[in-house]
Design a protein around this ligand. Structure first.
Ligand SMILES: [Zn+2]
Length: 239
């Protein structure tokens, strides 16, 4: 099944308390643009994220306020500020990294809440039913092109409010696979929770792998022979 890609740039979700610490008492976020998950919006507000080795300015704040503050950055961002964000699902923050947020009204050291978001698919209940996926299953997604690859361990999140099925990756993953928001990728109908790509590869023994390689190079040789024949015929016709 073909699904759309959404690339998540670094962003921050704030609790109401932390929002007021950073922007002032009683402050409310001002929506700038609503996201593909229509209850969420990018606000007009921006913050600086500061770590032991550096800082990143102008980081978007996503509204509305949440129970706990969460800062989502890429591993590359982590190098800039000098921390290693653990790869976590949104909301799974226990023992995650600490970071300082700087706003116009003050600054705030959060003890935990800095993560690199785990890639995931927002799936409609209809697609989940049709494809046999359950909430929190893992999926495999094939990306075509010059940086072709298979994303394995893509967590499926099924929710009634999802209006379409879409994969979300961070900017590091998008760059690795040469993807941008709106691109189309292939979701495989492999929905066994335990069966992962490396196990599928391990299913072939040495002898079977050699047979596979030989048959692939056989197909390529045949194709080349056919092309050469066509060229010869074209030369004859051209004369
Ligand atoms: Zn998402």
């Amino acid at each position: 099944m073909q699904i759309n890609v959404g690339v998540s740039a670094r962003h921050i979700h704030l609790s109401q308390d932390d929002l007021e610490t950073l922007f002032g008492k009683g402050y409310e976020l001002k929506p700038e643009r609503y996201l593909s998950i229509a209850t969420q919006y990018i606000s007009k507000e921006r913050l600086t994220v500061r770590g032991p080795k550096g800082e990143i300015k102008n980081v978007a704040v996503i509204g509305p306020a949440r129970p706990q503050t969460q800062v989502e950055v890429s591993r590359t961002d982590g190098f800039i500020i000098g921390v290693v964000p653990p790869i976590r699902l949104s909301g799974d923050l226990e023992g995650s990294e600490s970071v300082t947020l700087v706003g116009p009204g003050g600054e705030l050291l959060i003890k935990e809440g800095l993560i690199a978001a785990m890639r995931h698919i927002h799936m409609t209940t209809a697609d989940a039913r049709e494809l046999g996926f359950q909430h929190k299953d893992y999926a495999m997604v094939v990306v075509r092109g010059k940086r072709s690859l298979v994303f394995d361990f893509v967590v499926v999140r099924v929710a009634p409010e999802n209006t379409h099925t879409e994969i979300h990756v961070d900017t590091d993953e998008a760059n690795t696979a040469d993807l941008k928001t709106g691109d189309v990728v292939e979701l495989l109908h492999v929905n066994d929770k335990k069966l992962r790509l490396e196990q599928i590869i391990n299913m072939f023994d040495e002898r079977q792998l050699r047979v596979l390689e030989e048959s692939i190079s056989g197909i390529i040789k045949d194709e080349k022979r056919r092309l050469a024949m066509m060229e010869d015929i074209l030369k004859v016709i051209a004369k």
